[in-house]
Unconditional design. Structure first.
Length: 143
């Protein structure tokens, strides 16, 4: 059984003083530190989340700009190729007409030379026929 005497009240008083001192010196500063740490952690987490969202937005913007730049470069490349194709066709057309003119002039010269040679042929034909006839009469064969 517990006896209610002066020692019990002194121990109870000392215990309460111990709790009060411990609360003032240890628990309250510890709880303040833990609350501050929790608040700081939540603040850092919120900051990190907002910065992550901002980074995601910047990354999306960068990707969009990169896609636009690639598309623009592809369009410019295609236009340059088409312009070069048109210029090449124009150049080839000019060269073709020039070569056709030169060929027409050359053909005209060849036809004139052929007509001249045809006029000479009747004069050359009788001596050739006589030479063949002599050869056949002499040897009996053309070969």
């Amino acid at each position: 059984m517990i006896a209610l005497n002066f020692t019990l009240f002194v121990q109870l008083g000392l215990f309460l003083v111990f709790l009060w001192v411990t609360n003032k010196v240890i628990y309250r500063p510890l709880l303040r530190t833990m609350d501050a740490r929790t608040d700081k952690t939540q603040e850092d987490r919120a900051t990190a989340e907002s910065e992550a969202k901002e980074a995601q937005q910047l990354e999306t913007l960068h990707k969009d700009r990169l896609v636009n730049a690639h598309q623009d470069a592809a369009r410019r490349h295609q236009k340059a190729r088409y312009d070069a194709y048109l210029k090449n066709r124009e150049t080839l057309g000019g060269l073709r007409s020039q070569s056709e003119q030169e060929l027409a002039v050359y053909r005209g010269g060849v036809e004139a030379q052929l007509a001249e040679e045809r006029q000479k042929l009747p004069g050359l034909l009788p001596p050739i026929v006589e030479a063949i006839d002599r050869q056949v009469n002499k040897e009996g064969s053309l070969l």
